[in-house]
Design a protein around this ligand. Structure first.
Ligand code: SF4
Ligand code: SF4
Length: 149
């Protein structure tokens, strides 16, 4: 890999963009998730990011869970160490719209549980208060039903 940075438009004939990249596409994966609509949904997402090494982003109204982690086959020189047997998704991926020059900005990005919770408070109706459980004393002071014999 060259240490030189080059813009896409500056590539010379026969050159491959990946030769100038630190394999950004081999260092994470992202899966679409359902659009959160309830407090419970946001609570689940809060739980995801509590595990670290992941984030949630929104791109064109689609929500994604992004998990950071280098592929186990990524070599120190940023080439694939499993080229002949790499998964189909790696084979069909092209440099056409890859993240080589992606600036890492999204419509929305949540990296901490606090950010998700703050967003949930901004977009959801207030949480319904749970009915307070009666204490044992309160229960014992309740009038017993009268049974007419
Ligand atoms: S496809 Fe794009 S992001 Fe992946 S290694 Fe090549 S230039 Fe980098
Ligand atoms: S298998 Fe190779 S191309 Fe695919 S993610 Fe791993 S290192 Fe990258």
């Amino acid at each position: 890999m060259s240490t030189m940075t080059v813009k896409r438009a500056e590539l010379k004939p026969g050159e491959v963009l990946c030769s100038y990249c630190t394999a950004r596409c081999c260092r994470y994966f992202a899966l679409p998730i359902e659009t959160p609509e309830t407090w419970e949904d946001y609570d689940h997402m809060r739980w995801y990011v509590m595990h670290g090494s992941c984030a949630i982003f929104v791109d064109e109204d689609v929500w994604f869970l992004m998990v950071y982690g280098d592929c186990k086959y990524l070599l120190e020189d940023y080439r694939c160490g499993n080229y002949e047997d790499r998964p189909q998704i790696c084979r069909t991926y092209t440099t056409d719209e890859c993240e080589y020059d992606n600036d890492g900005t999204y419509d929305r990005l949540f990296e901490t549980p606090e950010q998700i919770w703050e967003y949930a408070h901004a977009v959801l109706p207030p949480k319904k208060k749970k009915k307070k459980k009666k204490s044992a004393t309160e229960v014992s002071h309740q009038k017993l039903p009268i049974v007419h014999i």
